[in-house]
Each structure stands twice: as C-alpha cells, then as structure tokens.
Design a binder for this molecule. Structure first.
Ligand code: DAH
Length: 339
C-alpha cells in the first residue's frame, strides 16, 4: 500500500507538471482528492490493514494529501503568474507614443458659401436644378438668343468638343432645359461648374462656378426681380447692404441689368476692393426675353419671367478676403483649413 501511495504521489506530481491551464489543474484535483478520487479510494482500502498499521498509514496518506494539495495550489499560482506575465507582455502600452490623429475634414470655402446661397433661395421657395456641363450649342447659345455669329461663341472663349458640343460657358442653358421640361410656375436656381478658355491667373480660371436663377409665372415684373435680388443681397451681406441696378445687355433678357452692392469695405467712398468705384458688381439679370420663352413653348403673352446669374468665386473671394482665385483649386490644406 505504501508503494501504491508513492506511485500515486509521483504520478500526481508528474501530471501536474504537464498541466498547462487551470481547468487541467481542477481536473487533477478531482481525480486525486475528490470524493471518488484515487487518494480517497486508498483511504477506504485501509480497512484491510491491521490496527497497528492503520494510524501509520493514515498519517502517510494525509501527508500525501497535503503535499498534493500544496502542489495543486502552487501550480495554480504559477499558472496565474504566467498568464499575468503573458498579458503584461502582450498588452504592453507605451503611453508616451504620439497618437495617430484622425484629421476631420471640412467643407471647401466655395461649398460653404454656395450652401448659404442655396439656403437663402430655398427659403424664398426656389428649387434647385442641375444639368450637363458638356452641353449642346443649342442650349448654351442658340436658344439663349445668341445666333451663330454672336461674339460670345468665339473659340477664344469656348471649349468646343465638336461644332455642336461644348463645355457650357454659363449656367444659363439651364433656363432653357428647365422651361422645356416644366410648365410655369417655375422658380429655380441652378448652381454649377462652367468653363471658358481663359489663361489661369489670379482672377481667371478655365473652370469656375455660376449660380443661375429663373422665375417664370403669370404677371412677373421687373419689380419682382429687384425685390427678390435685393432681399438676397441683404440675406447674404447683412441688412445694411445697399444695392443698385444698372442697365446692361444680355441676349436672353430684355430689359437687362447688372446689380451692384455698395462697397462694404469703404461704404461707397471708393477703395482698393471696389477699385475706387464705391460699388461692386454682384450679378447680371433681366426679364426673360420673349424669344427665349417662345423657343421653350411658353407663350410670352401669358407668361413672363426674370433670370439672374452670378459668379460664385468672386463672392467667396470678397467674403474671405482672398486675392488669388488659384487658391480655390490647388487644394492645399494649409489654405483650406483656414475657413
Ligand atoms: N450668363 C451670364 C454670364 O455668364 C450671366 C447672366 C446674366 C445670367 C443675366 C442671367 C441673366 O440669367 O439674366 O455672363
């Protein structure tokens, strides 16, 4: 029996050494010390011993038991330590390493101001229309009362793709596209990119943005044009903004006008911003030419309308005091992040 006890003890130690996790240790505890465990079985077998031998053997078994118990405890402790060491190793974190920053983008200054302009017109009941940048000659010129010999069609100014297809030089073709599809009442703005064959410099770019506007209904008059555009100017530049209308010429409006805003830098006295004029031109506008309405199947005897068009870049440049148009398109974040 003594040998049996020795063998059991050795076997337990051996198995404990091979044990790799706490579940394994627990299984060994049950196997040796549990109610149905091997040591318990040995104790039970003691009944067969002589009365003199019994206490000696009992003491030996108890000793083996506490030895195994201690070994189990020790193993559990070692496993925990091992686990801790591994995690410390794996989860090592150097809090002094600079973090990886996730830069948050923001809207391009052109988009910021365009959004503001859209909001102003949406607030006045306008809808937003959009159309192709690669446009037919018909929409860009012909239907806008610019016949074949019109100077604006010059190849110096226009990117032609074929004789009949070009990059739109203005957003005005959207007037025609909308009127062909939609019967009055019409009240839209059409912002978008336009193209002209210009050399790049501080004030010119072959690509820029315009915002077109069109209102057509029964009884639309010049006073509607003036009221709408003056309100727009006050919303964009503040209540104190003062505007004036000057006669002008556009082939697709009659009469035509340009709207100026009193220079907000000098108050009208004349300064560098307004080039000594006291006024800054904001947009072109006019009453839609009867020929244009007719060409779109709208009877000018029944309906009338007004239209306007403005350049976005110039508005944004004045808003943020930017003196070089090229900055908008270079996409240098050091510039863009300032707005
Ligand atoms: N399309 C004109 C341009 O590019 C601007 C313009 C003037 C638009 C008068 C209009 C308008 O709708 O009525 O110079």
């Amino acid at each position: 029996m003594k040998e049996q006890l020795e063998a059991l003890r050795a076997e337990a130690q051996e198995q404990l050494r091979e044990c790799v996790d706490s579940a394994g240790v627990e299984a060994l505890r049950v196997r040796y010390l549990g109610k149905k465990g091997q040591l318990t079985a040995l104790l039970r077998g003691m009944g067969a011993l002589s009365p003199e031998e019994r206490p000696k053997m009992g003491a030996l078994v108890n000793q083996a038991r506490s030895e195994i118990e201690a070994a189990l405890e020790e193993k559990i402790r070692a496993l925990k330590q091992e686990e801790l060491n591994r995690r410390l190793q794996e989860e090592q974190l150097d809090v002094t390493v600079p973090g990886v920053s996730a830069p948050i983008g923001k809207k391009h200054p052109l988009t910021q101001v365009l959004d503001e302009i859209k909001d102003i017109f949406l607030g006045m009941g306008f809808q937003i229309a959009s159309g192709p940048e690669v446009e037919l000659d018909y929409y860009n010129f012909e239907a806008l009362n610019m016949p074949k010999n019109h100077p604006a069609r010059d190849t110096q100014d226009t990117f032609y793709i074929t004789d009949n297809i070009l990059l739109r030089t203005q957003t005005s073709p959207m007037q025609v596209r909308v009127m062909e599809k939609q019967k009055p009442p019409i009240k839209i703005i059409a912002p978008g990119r336009v193209y002209r064959s210009d050399e790049v410099d501080a004030t010119h770019s072959p690509l820029f943005h315009q915002i077109e506007g069109l209102v057509v209904d029964k009884g639309i008059r010049m006073s509607d044009l003036k009221g709408t555009l003056e309100l727009f100017a006050k919303r964009l530049y503040g209540e104190e903004a003062v505007v004036r209308f000057r006669p002008h010429h556009f082939s697709f409006t009659e009469p035509s006008a340009e709207m100026d805003i009193r220079c907000f830098s000098c108050g009208g006295k004349g300064c560098r911003l307004c080039k000594g004029e006291g006024w800054i031109e904001i947009l072109g506008a006019g009453m839609v030419h009867p020929k244009v309405l007719q060409g779109c199947g709208i009877d000018p005897a029944e309906y009338s309308g007004f239209a306007f068009g403005m350049g976005l870049e110039r508005i944004v440049m004045r808003r943020f005091n930017i003196d070089d148009l090229r900055l908008f398109f270079e996409n240098d974040v050091r510039f863009l992040e300032q707005f």
